[in-house]
Design a protein around this ligand. Structure first.
Ligand SMILES: Cc1cc2nc3c(=O)[nH]c(=O)nc-3n(C[C@H](O)[C@H](O)[C@H](O)COP(=O)(O)OP(=O)(O)OC[C@H]3O[C@@H](n4cnc5c(N)ncnc54)[C@H](O)[C@@H]3O)c2cc1C
Length: 299
């Protein structure tokens, strides 16, 4: 059995205290949220922080709510809380769908949204849904604060723009335009406890019911070192009237936008093919949802 290396453990009651500890320990301390990634990596010997700084006593980091038309999610909200939240169900159901596909009930009860973002796994479930929702993350360090669009947050596997002394405090999802719909589909070998072979999130905004595509976002996961936009598929769809033929054309372009590799979970050619299938499926469902949505209403 793999044993954990020795470490100190802090449970600050405020964010200020957490930021002070992280700044004083200069890169030798790590934040721990649910621990479902961190503890596994520590057991494997990949990481050996001198101190773990838990966020569990910092109540405000768990809040999920609306601020005017935006949804604000504390980074310590668990994945289970995203699945059961009424706010998420009505304002960002695509995020609830992605959350429900993560791990198992046991993992979802511990895993947090912040941890899922900061680990920067190429196959993580929440970033694609958050990226089509144009989410931004708030990062706080001692005496400093910045907001970064999730599109510009990931650098590669396990790598982000965050500094070692920063804490991801909240995720902000801007208000949703009228006639918008979105969907997320994850393909795995089994229905639960499965990392994605391929996953796709799509979002469509129509200019009016029965109208043309005013805005579109397609994010591909598990087919590049980080979640990526299918940029040529997105520009192909803009301004067009939705149809099955149009979505098939976009799916072809999304396949070309992906750069999958062969690994134990699937071959590159299979993954590319599945990008096409899931892109078409998510676009169709996003379009169905977009029809008839009221201004500022639920996705
Ligand atoms: C059996 C199993 C199944 C899994 N299945 C899936 C799956 O289907 N889909 C999926 O996407 N993932 C899956 N995971 C991975 C993991 O559960 C998720 O990535 C989870 O969301 C991580 O969150 P956490 O709160 O446990 O993070 P932790 O393990 O606590 O932290 C992960 C990393 O993020 C940092 N961190 C956490 N919160 C913050 C913060 N607020 N500010 C700064 N840094 C922070 C930590 O320092 C650490 O480096 C699985 C893991 C296991 C063990």
């Amino acid at each position: 059995m793999l044993l954990l290396p020795k470490f100190d453990y802090e449970e600050p009651k405020s964010l200020q205290e957490a930021l002070r500890i992280l700044s004083e320990l200069k890169g030798t301390a790590k934040v721990i949220a649910g621990g479902t990634d961190l503890i596994v990596n520590m057991k494997k010997g990949v990481l050996a922080p001198r101190c773990l700084v838990s966020l569990r006593r910092i109540g405000p980091l768990r809040a999920v709510g609306m601020k005017k038309t935006a949804v604000e999610i504390g980074s310590h909200a668990t994945v289970s809380e995203l699945v059961s939240s009424g706010v998420i169900a009505s304002a960002a159901p695509v995020l609830a769908r992605a959350a429900a596909s993560l791990g198992s009930p046991l993992i979802r009860n511990r895993a947090t949204i912040g941890g899922n973002i900061v680990t920067a796994r190429p196959a993580a479930d929440l970033p694609p849904a958050l990226m089509v929702l144009e989410a931004k993350v708030e990062l706080k360090g001692r005496g400093k604060k910045r907001t970064v669009p999730l599109d510009g947050f990931f650098k590669g596997p396990g790598s982000t723009v965050m500094n070692e002394d920063e804490v991801l405090t909240k995720i902000v999802i801007p208000g949703v335009p009228a006639f918008t719909g979105a969907d997320y589909v994850k393909l795995g070998h089994r229905a639960a406890l499965e990392i994605a072979i391929v996953a796709v999130a799509s979002r469509i905004t129509l200019d009016k019911p029965g109208g043309s595509i005013k805005d579109v976002r397609i994010v591909l996961s598990s087919v590049a070192p980080k979640a990526v936009h299918a940029v040529s598929a997105e520009s192909f769809l803009l301004g067009q009237r939705p149809s099955d033929e149009l979505f098939a054309g976009a799916a072809q372009r999304a396949m070309a936008d992906a750069s999958p590799i062969d690994d134990i979970r699937g071959g590159a050619a299979y993954r590319r093919e599945m990008v096409g299938v899931l892109t078409k499926r998510t676009l169709r469902r996003a379009f169905e949802e977009a029809r008839g949505r009221e201004a500022g209403g639920a996705l």
